[in-house]
Design a protein around this ligand. Structure first.
Ligand code: ZN
Length: 269
C-alpha cells in the first residue's frame, strides 16, 4: 500500500508537469490534477488509474489533433484546450471522492461501477464536443429538436452521439480486465448508458439553465465570460449565472455515475 501511494505521487507529479509543459493544463489545472492523481493513483492503484488515464489521454489527444480544424468554432466554448483547476475538478473531482469512499468501504463493488459511469460520462461528453463539430448535418436542440447554429450549447447531432458512445465504450473496455466479478456485457452496458445519459444531461443543461452569454462585437452566443475570444465583454443572455461550464461538467459526471449505478442495482438486486 505504501509503495502504491509513493508510486501514485511520483506518477501524478510526472503527468501533471508534462501536461502543464505541453499546455494541456494551466498552472492551477496542473496543481488540481496532481491532487486528484495522488488520490486516484495512490488509493485506487492500477484499475482506477487506468480509467482516469484513458479519459485524460484520449480527450487531450482529440482536442490536440483537431484544434486547427476546429478553430473557427472554438469561440463558442468557454475555455480553450488548456484546462484550469475548475475544469479538472469538474471532470475528476467525483472520481477522487469515489476512491476515498471505496477506501473506506472496500467491500462495496458498486462504488467501482459508479466510477466507471463517471469516467464514461466525462469521456463521452468530451468526445462528443470534440468530434460532434464534424457532423455534416446541423445540430438540433436537445429540448425541442429545432435546428440551431453549430456550436450552440444544447445542440446535438448523430455524430456527437456516436462519438459519445465511442468515448464511453473505450472507458468500459479499459475497465473490463479489472471487473472480474461482472460479465463483460454488463460492464459495457453500464458504461455506455452512463456515458450517454451523462452527455445528454450536459446538453440538456446547455439548452435550458446553463449560464450562456452574448458577445455584442461578434453577435454570437458563447459560454465565455467575462471576455470573449475576440476580447470584447460578453453579457449574460440566459440561464443561471452560477451554473457555469464546470458545474455542468460535474453534473455530467454525477448523472453518469448514478445511471451506471442504477443499471448495477437493477441487475444485481
Ligand atoms: Zn466576440
Amino acid at each position: 500500500m505504501i509503495n502504491q501511494i509513493l508510486l501514485g505521487i511520483i506518477l501524478s507529479i510526472s503527468i501533471s508537469l508534462a501536461a502543464w509543459r505541453f499546455q494541456s493544463l494551466s498552472q492551477s489545472g496542473a496543481l488540481a490534477a496532481f491532487i486528484i492523481g495522488c488520490l486516484i493513483f495512490g488509493l485506487g492503484g492500477l484499475p482506477w488509474a487506468a480509467l482516469l488515464l484513458t479519459f485524460f489521454i484520449s480527450s487531450s489527444l482529440l482536442s490536440r489533433l483537431f484544434s486547427s480544424r476546429k478553430r473557427i468554432f472554438n469561440e463558442k466554448y468557454s475555455k480553450d484546450s488548456q484546462r484550469d483547476w475548475g475544469q479538472v475538478l469538474a471532470n475528476g473531482g467525483l472520481g477522487a471522492g469515489l476512491i476515498v469512499l471505496q477506501t473506506l468501504f472496500p467491500q462495496q463493488y458498486g462504488i467501482w461501477i459508479a466510477y466507471i459511469g463517471a469516467m464514461a460520462a466525462v469521456n463521452a461528453d468530451t468526445w462528443a464536443t470534440e468530434l460532434g463539430v464534424f457532423s455534416h448535418n446541423p445540430p438540433r436542440l436537445i429540448t425541442n429538436g429545432k435546428i440551431v447554429e453549430r456550436g450552440t450549447s444544447g445542440g446535438i447531432t448523430l455524430m456527437g452521439y456516436l462519438a459519445a458512445s465511442g468515448g464511453a465504450l473505450l472507458v468500459a473496455l479499459t475497465a473490463l480486465p479489472f471487473s472480474g466479478q461482472s460479465s463483460a456485457s454488463f460492464i459495457i452496458l453500464a458504461g455506455v448508458i452512463g456515458g450517454i445519459v451523462g452527455a445528454s444531461f450536459d446538453s440538456w443543461l446547455g439548452a435550458t439553465i446553463q449560464a450562456i452569454y452574448f458577445c455584442p462585437a461578434c453577435q454570437k452566443e458563447t459560454e465565455r465570460h467575462p471576455t470573449h475570444t475576440c476580447g470584447a465583454q460578453t453579457r449574460h443572455s440566459r440561464g443561471f449565472v452560477w451554473l457555469n461550464n464546470d458545474w455542468v461538467n460535474f453534473a455530467c459526471s454525477l448523472t453518469g455515475a448514478l445511471s451506471s449505478s442504477l443499471v448495477y442495482w437493477l441487475f444485481f438486486s
